[in-house]
Design a protein around this ligand. Structure first.
Ligand code: 13P
Length: 253
């Protein structure tokens, strides 16, 4: 059985107090709603990781993650944060290759492959993001691009190691736009990603990997999206900044 995951990507939002309040409210609601079968992850800015990880420590199905990392474990890289530092905060996940980092910080397939390795070496779980911009979708070359993103940053991993990766499909045109991929579009891409994994590795390996959908996912569409056979949960942006919405999404399986 693949893990069901709802991860909130807080992006560059929330001061310390606001972040703690949000995490506390989410945890309270998750408890009230008795959400146990879904893994809930707070992917916070670095400043929150330690404190929020302490809040989640008592809950087996609630964890934290970072939104980025450097591929070296330490060194003269001003402003960067390593996976050993992230792990020392109590986090379990790291988002790698979010489209905003590809777009605004020019992250390349090669750099992302190195980040994936660094995350895994630290025994953390990468949430590897892929997704196509609008012009690629309109040119109908999105399948090729997603295949390339997966191949170039993940296919150096062996079978056992890739099983530890979580993949998030986030069409760039659906991020923060209010324009969600239709359930058919999401399922089509998730099935394609799984087929690509099965082709490179094998059926069992592909079946074991959780593939999350991201892009304007909210309580009103999460149930339908998560009911698709290859959609194992969501990576949530805007709706993760409101406890009620985020936990409603987590409760919609
Ligand atoms: P939105 O849910 O705000 O569209 O953001 C999705 C996302 O980028 C999550 O990583």
């Amino acid at each position: 059985m693949r893990k069901k995951i709802v991860a909130g990507n807080w992006k560059m939002h929330k001061t310390i107090k606001e972040g703690i309040d949000l995490a506390e409210d989410c945890i309270k609601l998750a408890e009230k709603e008795k959400i146990k079968e879904v893994e809930i992850i707070f992917c916070t800015p670095f400043i929150h990781l330690r404190k929020v990880s302490k809040l989640t420590a008592d809950f087996q199905n609630i964890n934290t993650g970072a939104q980025n990392c450097h591929w070296e474990m330490q060194g003269a890289y001003t402003g960067e944060t390593s996976c050993s530092m992230i792990e020392s905060c109590g986090a379990s996940y790291v988002i790698v290759g979010h489209s905003e980092r590809r777009q605004y910080f020019n992250e390349t397939h090669e750099q992302l492959a190195k980040k994936v390795d660094a995350v895994l070496k630290q025994n953390l779980t990468p949430i590897f993001c892929c997704g196509e911009p609008l012009e690629i979708r309109e040119a109908n070359t999105h399948i090729e691009l997603i295949g390339k993103q997966i191949r170039e940053s993940l296919f150096h991993l062996d079978k056992e190691t890739i099983s530890k990766v979580v993949i998030a499909y986030e069409p760039v045109w659906a991020i923060g736009t209010g324009k969600t991929a239709s359930t058919e579009q999401a399922q089509e891409m998730h099935a394609f990603i799984r087929k690509t994994l099965a082709h490179q590795y094998d059926f069992e390996t592909a079946e074991s990997i959780s593939i999350l959908y991201g892009g304007s996912c909210k309580p009103s569409n999460s149930k339908e999206l998560f009911s698709q056979p290859d959609v194992d949960g969501g990576l949530i942006g805007g709706a993760a900044l409101m406890a009620e919405d985020f936990i409603a999404i987590a409760g919609s399986f």
